[in-house]
Structures are given as C-alpha cells and as structure tokens.
Design a protein around this ligand. Structure first.
Ligand SMILES: NC(=O)c1ccc[n+]([C@@H]2O[C@H](COP(=O)([O-])OP(=O)(O)OC[C@H]3O[C@@H](n4cnc5c(N)ncnc54)[C@H](O)[C@@H]3O)[C@@H](O)[C@H]2O)c1
Length: 284
C-alpha cells in the first residue's frame, strides 16, 4: 500500500470543483474514497465519475459539515463501512460574497464561520481518532491564498481561511509533540476555475440579499480573470504534495506570488493589494 493506493480517503464538499476533482484523482490512484456534500445532485454527479475510475464503489453520503453531530455520525458510518480511515480532505467551503464590514450582517459571518471553520474543526476532530487508530493517518485542510493575505470586503472568508491555517499548524505541532501517527498538510489554493464565486451570488439571491453592480462585476472578474487553473490540475498538485508529505502546499503561481509578497512586504503589502483590487475590480 502506497501513500494513496489502497488508502481510505474522505473528501468533504465533493459535489463540485476541487472536492470533485480530488475524489476523481484519488480514486484514479487507487484510493478507496468516501465522498460527501450538502448538495445531493452534485454529490451523485461526482459519484458517477468516481465509479468509472475507481476499483471499488465510493461511499456516498449527503453531509452538512457545519453540523457537528451529523459529522460524528458520518465518521462512524465511513469507519464502519471500510473498517479503517487514513485520510481526510476537509475541503467543503463557501466564498460568502463581497461585503464591507459595516454592511455585513451577523448571519453572513455566522454562516461562513460555521462552514469554512467549524466544518474543518468538525471533520478533523471527528475523524482524528480513526486516523490515529489507522497508524498511518493524514489530515489535509484546504485554506486559501486568503489564508496568507487579507482583502477588502472579504473579512468573513479571510477570517476563516487564516483560522484554518492556525488550527492546522497547531494540529501538526500537536501530532508531532504527542508522537501520533498522523501527518498534517495545509493547502493554499490560488484561483481555481470552480463554481465558488457564482455560488456566492446564488446563495445571496436565495437569502433575499441585495446584490450590487459592484458585487456582480467582482464575481465576473473572478470568473474571467482570476479563477484560472482547472480543478483537475489543482487536485493533481494537492495529491502530489500529499504523496510527498508536504506540510504546506501552494497551488498556482498566484498563491506562490502572494506568499512571497506578504513575506517581502509584511507591513505594506495591503497598499499594493488595494491598488491591484482597484485595477482588477474597478469601482469603490
Ligand atoms: N476556487 C478557488 O479559487 C479557491 C481558492 C482558494 C481556496 N478554495 C477553497 O477550496 C474549497 C473548495 O472550493 P471550490 O472552489 O471547489 O468551490 P465549489 O463551490 O465548486 O465547491 C464547494 C463545495 O462545497 C459544498 N459545500 C458548501 N457548503 C457545504 C456544507 N455546509 N457542507 C458540505 N458541503 C458544503 C458545495 O455544495 C460545493 O459542492 C473551499 O474550501 C474553498 O474556500 C477555492
């Protein structure tokens, strides 16, 4: 058994984008995958694709990662099904839309924190006993380029992605200090061509929030100019990093550039980011 082949890998938010691509890439490398998503239609679409490349049918379950007791039940279900769990990819996440702090309601903050941060904590905590028991565990948490650098109108998203970084780096230190057999990897993707920006607008519309022209322009700029790398390419980079046991994976030139920028200009990079945002998104 290699670091992927034959391993039981759990992927949350697998109904679309990076999660779907990870599920296909891992199954194609011989992993036995458990996939979940809150969106049933997307999830079953992924299951169909996974089952065409996998040696064994995927374990498929609808799951809301923000629901702690549901994640607890889900972890027992996956462990009961396979008898062992080696890896969890805490990937489910939302963008939350572009809203300045003064206009952002508490519900919006609560929702994004529930999914992007609690989702990662729930997935890690509920699966960790099984990963330790496997003797060869690996937690892979998906942060973002926005876990390295803050941006205007994205306080909710950046808060959660910086927090995922803090949680994951602390977990790694803890696994080392307690000598537990669990590796820990933090992933910072740059712009990946997924539904994330459009889903944020759809969600705001469903919640009856007003969407400004600037918010639409911004989502369009993300879709046309920034979310460039294919999800399959991103998944290949992540899987290669997991195989190489990297503690930190930067996905794309943009993520690498931002990492360098914040190191080179620790105090003044926000001015550069503000200039770049005006140029890219226009408006206020
Ligand atoms: N696309 C990018 O450019 C980019 C960049 C950096 C980080 N990321 C991160 O990558 C991860 C995947 O995003 P993506 O770009 O593939 O987006 P996506 O919208 O294509 O996929 C996200 C999936 O998460 C699911 N999801 C949302 N809320 C959920 C919940 N409560 N429980 C379970 N599933 C839920 C959605 O239904 C969807 O299938 C996210 O954590 C995102 O923040 C994405």
């Amino acid at each position: 058994m290699g670091s992927i082949d034959g391993k039981v890998a759990v992927i949350t938010g697998a109904g679309s984008g990076i999660g779907r691509a990870l599920a296909i890439a891992l199954a194609g490398r011989g992993a036995r995958v458990a996939i979940s998503d809150v969106n049933e239609e997307g999830l079953f679409g992924t299951a169909e694709r996974v089952n065409t490349v996998a040696r064994e049918k995927a374990h498929v379950e609808v799951l809301d990662v923000s629901d702690q007791s549901a994640v607890n039940t889900y972890a027992s279900s996956v462990a009961g099904h396979y008898g062992v769990v080696h890896q969890i990819y805490n990937n489910a996440g939302v963008a939350g839309g572009a809203v300045p702090v003064v206009d952002c309601d508490y519900e919006t903050y609560e929702r994004i924190i529930a999914i992007n941060l609690w989702g990662v904590i729930n997935g890690t905590k509920e699966f960790l006993p099984y990963l330790i028991e496997s003797g060869d565990g690996h937690v892979i948490n998906i942060s973002s380029l926005n876990g390295l650098m803050g941006q205007a109108s994205m306080t909710g998203y950046c808060t959660t992605k910086f927090a995922v970084r803090g949680f994951t780096e602390s977990l790694r230190a803890e696994m080392l200090s307690l000598k537990k057999p669990v590796r820990v990897t933090l992933v910072h993707p740059g712009g990946i061509a997924t539904n994330i920006a459009s889903s944020a607008l759809d969600e705001a519309e469903r919640a009856g929030r007003e969407i400004t022209d600037h918010q639409r322009q911004r989502a369009e700029a993300y879709n046309k100019k920034l979310l460039k790398m294919s999800p399959m390419q991103a998944a290949r980079i992540i899987v290669a990093g997991v195989e190489a046991n990297r503690s930190r994976i930067l996905v794309g030139k943009d993520a690498k550039g931002v990492d360098l920028l914040v190191r080179l200009l620790p105090r003044s990079h926000s001015r550069f980011v503000t200039w770049w945002e005006k140029r890219t998104f226009g408006g206020s």
